[in-house]
Ligand binder design. Structure first.
Ligand SMILES: NC(=O)c1ccc[n+]([C@@H]2O[C@H](COP(=O)([O-])OP(=O)(O)OC[C@H]3O[C@@H](n4cnc5c(N)ncnc54)[C@H](O)[C@@H]3O)[C@@H](O)[C@H]2O)c1
Ligand SMILES: [Zn+2]
Length: 365
């Protein structure tokens, strides 16, 4: 990967985030440099394994590494205690030691799952994130959150565990469905609205190439977007304050995602609806100018991500807002924008949301 890496900081530690296209050699070199006992244990899912497993395996072995390999079933179901336990079994019986690098090779599911495995096995192993979806490249691979799900909710068991390095290779995105590419870019729209309005224009202007999976255009946008997230994580690694701004669009987004039934909508599509709703609340509650609303909506439109919030402003969806694990008492902490790149967190109670929705539903959009 030719350009200098971005350096992300997490408390006392920092780690490089490399960007590139078809840069397998740089990845292998990076893993080799971290593997003090020349061992790497790769966790992937069955889909990514079938598409890209063999060349990575060969290249790691060709670099003199002893390679362990586990491919979990593709999909959210693998973020479970059962699958985690099978990974511990596989790694321990293979001969994992303290110098083994865990390579998370796949989307956010593999990243969260193997990140948590790396955080806990032998009290912590060096972790290299190799995200292969837009969502994981723009969001989950950087920031150090790892987790599995619990029957009572998503991501309830986990740890903050920063990786030792991240390799973002947009060459992998060529095989990702366009719908997932577009949806993943909604997190970049979010980062742009929060911190870098100029990136909104880039996303809008380049939307066709980006959604078509053009690797160089994607690498440029993702680098800029990840840099924005990295700054916030650096200032607030454990999400005690400012990092919560990254929840923009996610309050209603999570409710929409759940109401649609998990898997029916891409996460980014639900966030796009939530973002659109947050823009309307922002306009009414903290004075977000109409031209700013339009700039964000214009990016979502250009990317072709459905984001109309009207069908989702139903009692069923709104009820779900008040049963989220982050709900505090009778008020929600909504991330709103005063202007682009000037976000605030506002406590909004149920009566306010209901009144606003009633007004919007009367046609006063
Ligand atoms: N840790 C964090 O900060 C954080 C942030 C956001 C989301 N997440 C988590 O990320 C997960 C979602 O991530 P995701 O959207 O990447 O889902 P995913 O990992 O399930 O990947 C989606 C699908 O794409 C397939 N795939 C992966 N790479 C591919 C490629 N290059 N070509 C073709 N197909 C490919 C996968 O096999 C899977 O079927 C959720 O569990 C969510 O909780 C974590
Ligand atoms: Zn998200």
């Amino acid at each position: 990967m030719s350009d200098a890496p971005l350096i992300a900081r997490h408390g006392e530690v920092s780690y490089p985030v490399h960007f590139g296209v078809d840069a397998l050699g740089a990845l292998v070199e990076g893993v080799r440099a971290l593997a003090t006992t020349q061992r790497a244990f790769v966790v992937t899912d069955t889909t990514v394994d079938a598409l890209y497993g063999a060349p990575l395996r060969q290249a790691l072995a060709g670099a003199g590494l002893r390679v362990g390999w586990a491919a979990v079933p593709a999909g959210e179901g693998s973020k479970s205690l059962t699958v985690l336990s099978s990974l511990y079994d596989a790694a321990l019986s293979w001969g994992v030691d303290r110098g083994t690098v865990v390579v998370a090779f796949g989307g956010g599911v593999v990243g969260d799952l193997s990140g948590y495995m790396a955080a806990t096995l032998l009290r912590g192993l060096p972790l290299v994130q190799v995200p292969t979806t837009v969502l994981s490249q723009t969001d989950s691979s950087v920031g150090g959150k790892t987790a599995i799900n619990h029957p009572l909710g998503k991501n309830l068991v986990g740890a903050f565990y920063p990786p030792a390095a991240v390799f973002i290779d947009t060459g992998y995105l060529r095989t990702l469905p366009r719908r997932s590419v577009a949806a993943g870019l909604v997190e970049s729209v979010k980062h742009a609205a929060l911190f870098d309005p100029g990136l909104l224009d880039l996303l809008t202007d380049q939307a066709d190439a980006l959604v078509a999976g053009a690797p160089v255009a994607l690498a440029d946008v993702l680098r800029r977007s990840v840099a924005l997230k990295a700054v916030v994580v650096e200032r607030d690694p454990l999400e005690r304050g400012e990092r919560a701004l990254l929840n923009l669009g996610h309050t209603l987004g999570h409710a929409v995602e759940a109401a649609a039934g998990y898997g029916a909508l891409e996460h980014g599509e639900a966030v796009a609806v939530g973002l659109n709703f947050a823009l309307k609340l922002s306009a009414r509650l903290v004075g977000l100018p109409a031209r700013d609303v339009e700039r964000v909506a214009g990016a979502l439109r250009a990317l072709g991500v459905p984001h109309d919030d009207r069908p989702w402003r139903t009692p069923e969806v709104l009820d779900r807002l008040w049963f989220d694990k982050k709900t505090q008492a009778d008020a929600l902490r909504f991330v709103l924008l005063r202007t682009l790149s000037d976000a605030v967190i506002l406590r909004v109670d149920r009566a306010m949301i209901d009144a606003l929705c009633a007004d919007l539903n009367r046609g006063n959009e």
